[in-house]
Design a protein around this ligand. Structure first.
Ligand code: SF4
Ligand code: SF4
Length: 97
């Protein structure tokens, strides 16, 4: 769990607006998850749909062409699992894999 000090209500922008684009890379959201995606590389066809649909850009393409999940930015929403036609992605409970 992060020890980062959270801003008080007087310090955050009105309406909680995001005023710095791209600032999400500064936040580790791994503690938010209950489930995490696991990719079965033997079923992956490298279609790229998980990469396109992931709202957090947490799917990364390795130099050898493998698709992997950067769990620092994955919230565990499961959209990638739904997008994967060959069912290469399975959402598993955090503590089980
Ligand atoms: S959607 Fe599934 S098959 Fe396509 S790249 Fe992602 S894991 Fe591989
Ligand atoms: S579970 Fe959601 S946030 Fe995590 S990699 Fe899949 S689509 Fe992205």
């Amino acid at each position: 769990m992060s020890k980062r000090r959270l801003k008080g209500w007087k310090e955050i922008p009105m309406g909680g607006m995001v005023t710095e684009p791209g600032s999400s890379v500064e936040f580790d959201v791994s503690a938010w998850r209950t489930f995490k995606p696991v990719i079965d590389q033997s079923k992956c066809t490298k279609c790229g749909l998980c990469w396109i649909y992931c709202p957090e850009a947490a799917i990364v393409i390795k130099e050898d062409g493998r698709y992997e999940v950067d769990l620092t930015f994955c919230k565990g929403c499961g959209i990638c699992e739904r997008a994967c036609a060959p069912r290469a992605i399975t959402m598993v409970k955090e503590e089980s894999a």
